[in-house]
Design a protein around this ligand. Sequence first.
Ligand code: HEM
Length: 212
Amino acid sequence: MRHCLLGAFWPGLGNASGARPLYLLICYRCGVYGLINVAVRDLVKTNFGDEAWESICRESGVTESAFIRMDQHDDAITFALVDAASVVLGISTSEVLQAFGEYWTKFTAEEGYGPLLDAAGDSLPELLQNLDEMHARIGTAFPNFNPPSFECLNVTEDSMDLHYRSVRDGLDDLVIGLIRGLGTRFSVEVTVEQTASKGDGEDHSVFHVQWH
Ligand code: HEM
């Protein structure tokens, strides 16, 4: 089992905050890669054990052999896992996505993408400003890659507005978790306030990010 510090990454877990039905809209044309599903599995197993993971597989109808690292899969598998994790763990899908986002940076760093993250920036704002370039580099190893796009506007010494564009819907909470995970990576306190949401009919989502 991969070592990790997840206790601190799962605030509120264990509170039966009420599982909500999956609100995500799934784009069946763009795949999320198996690497992401492996990360979901590791996150659950590390925090809740093998039994919880088996329950999630049963609930989602996804078999372990249905995904492997570096293969491209339907986003539907990932979304089914998120939905099932919400039901089995008794937390909302928002909380699942945020926790997963927080875990992702640590997971990818341990899976061999550390140098790529290092090269993308020495600070939170630097890395956020280089996300598109970083995903473009990753894209050279992943065929049919369809990454999101991030634009940093109104950048000051300790804040920015992060504009997030994606072909997918329903992943705003993932972005919130990702930013928090990057805060942990750079040992800074981060606050993230969503100021526009694609889910509310806006063209794309915007987050006001502050750090100190
Ligand atoms: C080295 C670390 C990283 C790797 C290896 C990686 C890789 C990937 C991969 C494989 C996908 C799926 C894309 C597709 O199926 O077409 C993805 C999606 C995504 N990535 Fe990254 N990523 C990394 C870091 C980050 C960071 C630090 C952020 C911070 C905001 C981020 C934000 C996202 C988001 C929000 C998505 C969801 C897809 C969407 O919104 O359409 N990634 N990434």
